[in-house]
Design a binder for this molecule. Sequence first.
Ligand code: UD1
Length: 341
Amino acid sequence: MAKILVTGGMGFIGSHTVVELVNSGYEPVIVDDLSNSDPKILDQLAKIIGYKPTFYKLDLCDENGVYQLAEKEPDITGIIHFAASKAVGESVQHPLKYYRNNFFSLLNVLNAYKGKPVNFVFSSSCTVYGQPDVLPVTEDAPVKPAESPYGNTKQIAEEMLVDMQKAGSRYKVIALRYFNPVGAHSSALIGELPIGIPQNLVPFITQTAIGKREKITVFGDDYNTPDGSCIRDYIHVVDLAKAHVAALRLMENGSFTGYDVFNLGTGKGSTVLEVIRAFENSTGEKLNYVIGPRREGDIEKVWGDVTKSKNVLKWQTELDLDTMMQSAWEWEKYIAANPLN
Ligand code: UD1
């Protein structure tokens, strides 16, 4: 079984990817510092996949620790690198923390395994496009000046990986630009675990519905969109996780060389109000929401062109917005009844 190192494998997208790796016959090796995840996720994963996956608690900024990890796990054939800080607002307040965490961890992992023929998947974001001039946005759209230090770390990391490939690295690299990952595993045993007040739309919706938050504010209804609220391309986290397996498969194919980048979205945009309506209709729950002012830094509308992902990655989404909402709701109810901590 090919061993895949999953950095940040205890997190939201990482944990779902661990499940899909096992479903596809890979052996995941998780490394995570648990800064934004819970150790009990390992037990939750075991309930889904039938065994406890190998796990190392390690801060990837610890260079010696990463070299020791590479000595203990020399026969890694692929790395999926999720480990990174990801809160946009926090990155504006603490930029150096973001540059340190996101670059040191990436550099240490790349250096520790360099010289080996490893397939490397990098978690990037549609944030690199800013507000695109043309929608749906394709992978060759220009990268716009980053809106936040978080976004900048994604842009610079992509450039670093391109430069590394130009210099003749033995890595093969695929960067995946995520649109808005939401939802949870159909078992409701893993899902998103925001620390404190959620910044993202769907966890805020589910926490409001369960009574943890009094109401949700729709950030602006005066945008140039059909109902005035912002448009995003929401993608089910299980579909997203499967794309990482597709990326590994593509790189395992002898004809793939160097570097490539793919959009991971559904190709369809939904407004905030449409998401709220989908939540209410698919779960039967009434949501207490109000219209508020715009949130600073928000992009009006973005959704992805996923033609290249379909044709080259041989991957496409299967799960719709209702399924995203229902699964996120099942997870919220599960975690309310079975708190992890
Ligand atoms: C942001 C980042 C993205 C990052 C992602 C994950 C930008 C442009 N995008 O996505 O790079 O990967 O977070 O952290 O920085 N909304 C409300 N009320 C709420 C919360 C959100 O109306 O309480 C709206 C927002 O205005 C937006 C949509 O819901 O239109 C989605 O917001 P959110 O889930 O925060 O994701 P993004 O801002 O799209």
